[in-house]
Design a protein around this ligand. Structure first.
Ligand SMILES: NC(=O)c1ccc[n+]([C@@H]2O[C@H](COP(=O)([O-])OP(=O)(O)OC[C@H]3O[C@@H](n4cnc5c(N)ncnc54)[C@H](OP(=O)(O)O)[C@@H]3O)[C@@H](O)[C@H]2O)c1
Length: 308
């Protein structure tokens, strides 16, 4: 038997349990990974709250990304051996002692890369890469990135900066200094104590017009982007499916993943080209506390679960 995070009813973090499940084994074309760290994502709790994806079966395992050490290699697998350090993705079940995935779903972990960062880089970098590419940004652009200090946002601002665009990011004051360090112009979201609105502050932050927006929070933030005069087809949201229908904005996010791209993100993180802040780590028995932290909806970057 081995340990895994599981829930048997829909709900908040309190429905999470660490339970004993049958130990999985690698079949043909698969590897088994002894997990050292798993990344937490809003996708985990959206699914767990119920109604987010069709035909979801309970009880359910949880977690979509991991880093660890290969300890079984199935028949027909080439390029990986027992003892290799890897990072990878899985539909559900990364928050566990072992995962079994197709060998095509893992990439070599650079030797110096921290386990927590390795577990947390893939999903957000893949999402941010596709979102930024969808807008074909260039040096003439001024792009608004909402929730710029969040897991996706903090990567999206770096990919957007690399295109030469001017990048303005919304975040709470506590995260402004960090964003300035990435070359981002930070703007506080919501109504401020001085009575100014988010729209007014965004207008005051730059001289010229905004030409594009990468939304990572949805709702009013998208309406604010449109109120700035950004055409709907140059607004991309990864957080608000309804707005794609209602407002005609783009909804390009993660989805297709390749192990080559994952290896590239890991290399960038290891070489310091990509900053992947992990604000806190928790151990497996503290998974409820880890999700209570994530589900505040505030904080810089990512949270990882360390295993064992
Ligand atoms: N479509 C896809 O493929 C895909 C993939 C990944 C994620 N997503 C979705 O994208 C969204 C972001 O994911 P994530 O991993 O980045 O989440 P996250 O790390 O939990 O994001 C938290 C961030 O949101 C910020 N925030 C909270 N309220 C805000 C507001 N009113 N205005 C601006 N920022 C606000 C917080 O900023 P402060 O700390 O500064 O307050 C915090 O940094 C989620 O809805 C997630 O499900 C979609």
């Amino acid at each position: 038997m081995s340990k895994a995070v599981r829930y048997s009813e829909y709900g908040g973090p309190e429905v999470l349990e660490v339970v004993e499940v049958p130990e999985p084994h690698a079949g043909d074309g698969e590897v088994r990974v002894a997990v050292r760290a798993a990344g937490l994502n809003p996708f985990d709790f959206k699914v767990r709250r119920g109604g987010y994806i069709p035909n979801h079966q309970l009880p359910s395992l949880q977690g979509a990304e991991f880093a660890g050490v290969i300890d079984e290699v199935g028949a027909g697998v080439t390029g990986f051996s027992v003892g290799d350090e890897v990072l990878g993705w899985i539909g559900r079940g990364a928050q566990a002692e072992y995962v079994v995935v197709p060998a095509a779903h893992v990439a070599a972990k650079p030797a110096g890369l921290d386990w927590a960062v390795a577990a947390c880089v893939g999903l957000v970098a893949n999402t941010a890469r596709r979102a930024v590419d969808s807008l074909a940004l260039g040096s003439d652009d001024t792009v608004l990135v909402t929730a710029a200090a969040g897991g996706v946002g903090v990567i999206a601002v770096q990919f957007a900066k690399a295109t030469g665009a001017t990048v303005v990011g919304t975040a709470s004051e506590a995260n402004h200094e960090f964003l300035r360090g990435l070359g981002v112009i930070p703007v506080a979201y919501g109504q401020a104590s001085d009575g100014t609105s988010e729209l007014e502050r965004l207008r005051a932050a730059v001289r010229g017009p905004y030409t594009a927006a990468l939304d990572n929070i949805g709702g009013d933030a998208i309406r604010t982007a449109l109120a700035l005069g950004i055409p709907a087809d140059r607004v991309n949201t990864v957080a608000d499916k309804a707005a794609v229908e209602e407002l005609g904005v783009q909804g390009v996010g993660g989805g297709k993943k390749t192990s080559e791209e994952l290896a590239g993100f890991a290399r960038q993180a290891a070489e310091g080209e990509l900053v992947v802040p992990v604000r806190s780590t928790y151990h497996l028995p503290d998974v409820v506390a880890a999700f209570r932290d994530l589900e505040t909806g505030h904080g810089l970057g990512k949270i990882a679960l360390l295993i064992p």
